[in-house]
Write a protein that binds this ligand. Structure first.
Ligand code: SF4
Ligand code: SF4
Length: 201
């Protein structure tokens, strides 16, 4: 029985059948290529990527390795420089007027991870670690006190701290020596000038 249905044009056939088939072929080609490439997916949290040491995440307060002795002198410089005021320090002062860590809290929910606290610390004992997965279901869980912040410095961190402190000490001593020498030279020149003026009179 004859029908009046018009025949599909070739262009219409291309758009309905050939194009989707071409798309599937291209997708399968890319999938096949990736089958033989090095896998980049890791099974987190069992497997972890190596994070660059310069990455700035959770804040830690370092103690001496081995002895666990406090390095922080509770000078409050980190608290004062923090642009969002998320560090709270209330030092404990002993009978010799020496400061120790008393209250040391950091509200990580407000931290900008700017690293200014780390940079200003004269003892190099506050650091921003690479630990990024410390999420919490509540804001309170991101409010860390001394126990949540403190850890022993690694041997590498400790060596770096000692080296930088010694370098700074040497630099300060050299500056002091240079100032003293300049003062002495000035005094000698003044004395010489005075003597010459005395001779002329
Ligand atoms: S700047 Fe350093 S030494 Fe001073 S209170 Fe902060 S962490 Fe402690
Ligand atoms: S990293 Fe910046 S914002 Fe965070 S505690 Fe240190 S100074 Fe404050």
């Amino acid at each position: 029985m004859p029908t009046n249905k018009p025949k599909e044009s070739f262009a219409r056939w291309i758009s309905k059948v050939a194009m989707p088939l071409w798309g599937i072929r291209a997708g399968l080609y890319i999938t096949a290529q990736h089958l033989f490439r090095k896998k980049i997916t890791v099974q987190y949290p069992e497997q972890r990527l190596e994070i660059d040491p310069s990455y700035r995440a959770k804040i830690s307060l370092l103690n001496e390795p081995g002895s666990h002795a406090e390095i922080c002198i509770s000078c409050k410089q980190c608290e004062n420089i923090c642009p969002v005021g998320c560090i709270t320090i209330i030092p404990k002062v002993d009978e010799n007027k020496k400061r120790h860590v008393g209250t040391f809290d950091v509200d990580l929910s407000r931290c900008l991870f700017c690293g200014m606290c780390e940079e200003i610390c004269p003892e190099f004992c506050i650091v921003l670690d690479e630990v990024f997965d410390y999420s919490s279901y509540s804001r309170d869980g991101l409010y860390l006190t001394v126990s949540g912040l403190t850890r022993d410095a690694s041997d590498q961190e400790w060596r770096a701290m000692v080296e930088v402190k010694e370098a700074k000490k040497r630099e300060a001593e050299a500056k002091k020596k240079a100032r003293e020498e300049a003062k002495k030279k000035q005094e000698e020149e003044d004395a010489k000038k005075k003597a010459e003026e005395g001779e002329q009179n």
